[in-house]
Design a protein around this ligand. Structure first.
Ligand SMILES: NC(=O)c1ccc[n+]([C@@H]2O[C@H](COP(=O)([O-])OP(=O)(O)OC[C@H]3O[C@@H](n4cnc5c(N)ncnc54)[C@H](OP(=O)(O)O)[C@@H]3O)[C@@H](O)[C@H]2O)c1
Length: 390
């Protein structure tokens, strides 16, 4: 398991850089940091396009460095502003960091994550796409550099807390089931962008919210769990738990289970990742009143209505560059859906067709993974116009 190793708490006041500070995770992380006054020094913030919010964050947290997506935006903010992937890499690699929170979305997280690891910097990892695309390389490098990867995803944070260095027989990832859990195939086919983004339990960025609706998010989390905890795919089970109170559970070889529970609030796993190995009062997000829960219920996922979960298991098990291709095809298909170009139900078809065309490389280098990512994104341009589903 790469998550828990000799996590060295260097100082009382941790120097932290936040990549994706204007996003859902980034904003909540800054709320956590504000509530833990004096515990953190924010040394860098990186955003994409939202320069207005970034400016406000910079005024409040006074980072030494900021970065944005493009050169044009960087020019607006001033001559010392970094930009692009190089800006993200430079911030992540800064040896002054005690911790980097990786909260940009999509494949954008991959190169800066590697830059942090190469410099022996611990990472609080929210960006799951990074481990999906390059789990093999990241885990190998993290071991070599003795770098810790503390999961921020609520399910992985739950498993991380349940394991405590013990080897599990099975990992159970829970899923809320998203907005279409009880809908018919016809209703899912007619899903609009608005109905897809209306998640019943979690408020998150658009891409992950669409992934939650198709259950691709859970599929990506299965691959993420495989790499974080070194567990075979056949020993990772997904169960639908619409109440979102149990975030994850593990079964040990003696048949005992440990589950982690809490209110569905990302503040809790974010704060845990930032203050690990301590648990801190920090941001109070309320208490769970067990007497008010009439029962906890769980059901099997329906792979017929939600084929993305099956596609992710298959890509994970095949390995090589299949997971990177799955991730790239899914990202492009999700953005096409958000732009109104395709239906929600086309996402799975596009990913499936793209994977059929993908020529996987068994033990890819970072360059080969990045190339597989680019090639898969180009493939979608061929699939879209000829997709029989459209
Ligand atoms: N939200 C959750 O509850 C949650 C839970 C578990 C895991 N995650 C994972 O955490 C990651 C972030 O999710 P999110 O929901 O916070 O997404 P989000 O709200 O869409 O935020 C994404 C962040 O990344 C920035 N960004 C995007 N492209 C960039 C680029 N090329 N260069 C620099 N910055 C860029 C965005 O900047 P601008 O907004 O300024 O353009 C924004 O700050 C995802 O990988 C997701 O799967 C999220």
């Amino acid at each position: 398991m790469i998550a828990r190793r000799n996590y060295i708490v260097k100082k009382m006041k941790r120097k932290i850089s936040i990549l994706g500070s204007t996003g859902s995770i980034g904003r909540q992380a800054l709320e956590v940091i504000e509530s833990l006054a004096g515990r953190f020094e924010v040394i860098a913030l990186a955003a994409g396009n939202n320069t207005e919010l970034l400016k406000k964050q910079a005024e409040k947290f006074k980072p030494r460095t900021v970065s944005v997506k493009s050169r044009e935006l960087a020019m607006e903010l001033g001559k010392d502003t970094l930009w692009g992937t190089e800006g993200l890499r430079e911030i992540a690699a800064n040896p002054d960091n005690d911790l980097v929170l990786m909260a940009v979305n999509g494949i954008n997280g991959l190169e800066p994550t590697i830059a942090a690891i190469d410099n022996g910097i611990n990472i609080a990892l929210a960006n799951k796409e990074t481990l999906v695309a390059a789990g093999n390389i990241i885990t190998k490098k993290a071991k070599e550099k003795n770098t810790c990867i503390i999961p921020v995803d609520s399910e992985h944070s739950a498993i991380f807390q349940c394991l405590e260095n013990k080897k599990p027989r099975k990992i159970i990832l829970t899923a809320s089931g998203g907005p279409f859990r009880t809908k018919t195939p016809a209703e899912i086919r007619d899903a609009t962008v608005n109905s897809t983004l209306a998640h019943p339990k979690w408020s998150m960025g658009k891409k992950i919210t669409v992934d939650s609706a198709t259950l691709m998010n859970k599929g990506l989390e299965v691959i993420e769990a495989h790499w974080l905890f070194g567990v075979d795919y056949r020993d990772i089970e997904v169960v639908i738990h619409p109440q979102s109170i149990v975030h994850g559970a593990v079964e040990f070889k003696d048949g005992s289970y440990i589950a982690q529970m809490g209110l569905p609030s990302m503040h809790i796993p974010i704060q845990y990742a930032l203050t690990y190995p301590e648990t801190t009062e920090g941001l109070k997000t309320g208490s769970l009143d067990l007497t008010e829960i009439s029962g906890l219920y769980f059901e099997k996922p329906d792979l017929g209505r939600f084929p993305c979960l099956k596609l992710a298991y298959e890509a994970g098990e095949k390995g090589g560059t299949y997971p990177a291709a799955l991730n790239a095809l899914n990202e492009e298909a999700v953005y096409a859906f958000l732009k109104g170009e395709i239906r929600l139900t086309h996402i799975a078809g596009i990913v499936e067709k793209g994977l059929e065309r993908h020529e996987s490389i068994a033990k890819p280098s970072l360059e080969e993974i990045l190339e597989a990512d680019k090639t898969a994104r180009r493939t979608i341009q061929d699939i879209l116009p000829f997709n029989p589903l459209l």
